[in-house]
Design a protein around this ligand. Structure first.
Ligand code: SR1
Ligand code: MG
Length: 410
């Protein structure tokens, strides 16, 4: 758009001063506002602004990938992030941030500032422990997924919403390429730390069972419009304080299978488990996987039971079928969760693979100084991911996944 320009700190100051609600929130004269760049992700510019009365977080799309200016990209991602926040905030409350302003010409999104929080990934890498965080993320996924699924509301309402997010093609293309495809083909975007990984990377690419499963998961991601997904739920998309957890960065929001969000989160906890050298940290990662899953599973199940009891008007698993048949409902829920679990395990495996041999790696591994040790732990994580994809029966529950991973990471 003609009006678009990337704002520098002076531009940000003038922009915020021109939006009365934001200027009031910050307070005082604009010249006194402190503006700090905190861009951490691959895509956007992010700044925190503090004034005498309060703070805001300013995020702007760039016409390219932030970490690779040669990789051009449309600007619409903050539009979808703003739309996602508007949809999801009523379902998840303070498990995400409040949207304060969106500018459709500059593709600027302003949300509440979380300056007393840290990024969960960075906190875990520093050896920190947030015992309630994984449970909160599990509740976030359950509430967001349930309320945007056909279990919660008539298909007209649900599909109208999902259709909007089907338009998020720019970032869905990134996911299709970077997460679901590139690691399984020769591609210049792929890279890895050491020739020690050449063998396992080739194994993953050539194993016919892996290929078949990856193909099926590509189809599942693109055709199973089960709910509105966050779409990039790694540990860098979660901010934590001692008494608070928030899921941020919903720019990849799209319709899809619920197990995609679960798989990305669990996949990143598994990456941390393999990267983490100490046994206490590994135990915490396993605990977090267990708590995330229990919270997701129980919250989703309870929302579903409550909706059925109160004659909820979802068009799938309609209340009329199960209102007087609690054991039938229990069986239907078990069937549904079995599918979500299988998706979760497969997408977790694919997240592990793409974060080690694909384009976008994770600092959990990147900061291990000894390259041989790093490659050794990465090879163990890749071997687990390959086995999970090659044989769906190797692990069928999240509890089995935890013990297999814990054993392999020793
Ligand atoms: C070019 S974007 C690379 C990755 O960063 C984002 O956070 C997503 O995970 C994406 O796959
Ligand atoms: Mg992000």
């Amino acid at each position: 758009p003609a009006a678009y320009r990337t704002l520098d700190t002076d531009g940000i100051r003038a922009f915020l001063a021109g939006v009365p609600t934001l200027a009031t929130r910050l307070g005082g004269p604009a010249a006194h506002w402190r503006i700090r760049e905190v861009s951490d992700g691959n895509l956007n510019n992010v700044f925190l602004i503090d004034g005498p009365q309060g703070g805001v977080c300013f995020k702007q799309s760039l016409p390219h990938v932030r970490v690779d200016p040669a990789w051009k990209m449309p600007l619409d991602r903050t539009f979808y992030e703003a739309a996602y926040l508007r949809e999801i905030r009523p379902c998840v409350g303070a498990l995400t941030t409040d949207i304060l302003h969106f500018d459709p010409d500059l593709f600027v999104l302003v949300v509440e500032s979380l300056d007393r929080h840290v990024v969960l990934r960075r906190g875990l890498m520093a050896g920190g422990d947030w015992p309630d965080a994984a449970r909160a993320v599990g509740a976030f996924v359950a509430r967001g997924a349930f309320h945007t699924s056909l279990l919660a509301a008539p298909f007209e309402e649900i599909t109208r919403r999902l259709d909007v997010f089907s338009g998020n093609r720019t970032l869905t293309r990134i996911t299709v390429d970077l997460v679901l495809t590139d690691p399984y083909r020769d591609h210049p975007r792929n890279h890895w730390i050491s020739p020690d990984l050449d063998g396992i990377a080739a194994d993953i690419r050539t194993d016919p069972h892996v290929r078949r499963r990856v193909g099926a998961m590509q189809a599942r991601f693109l055709t199973c419009r089960q709910a509105l997904l966050h779409g990039d739920l790694h540990t860098g998309s979660v901010m934590v304080a001692d008494d608070d957890t928030r899921v941020i960065d919903g720019e990849f929001a799209c319709p899809g299978p619920i197990g995609f969000d679960c798989g990305l989160f669990i996949g990143n906890l598994l990456l941390h488990l393999f990267a983490c050298g100490d046994s206490a940290g590994q135990d915490r990662a396993v605990r977090d996987i267990a708590q995330f899953w229990a919270s997701f599973h129980d919250t989703f199940g309870e929302l579903w039971r409550t909706a059925t009891r109160h004659d909820g008007n979802g068009d799938a698993y309609a209340a009329a079928l199960f209102r007087d048949d609690p054991s039938g409902l229990q069986q239907a829920q078990a069937d549904f969760m079995r599918d979500v679990t299988a998706d979760t395990i497969a997408f977790a495996a694919m997240e592990i693979i793409r974060r080690i041999v694909g384009y976008a790696h994770v600092p959990d591994f990147d900061t291990i100084p000894d390259r041989a040790a790093r490659a050794g732990r990465q090879a163990a994580a890749l071997a687990l991911a390959r086995d999970l994809l090659a044989d769906p029966d190797i692990v069928t529950t999240i509890a089995d996944l935890e013990s297999l991973a814990r054993g392999r990471a020793r």
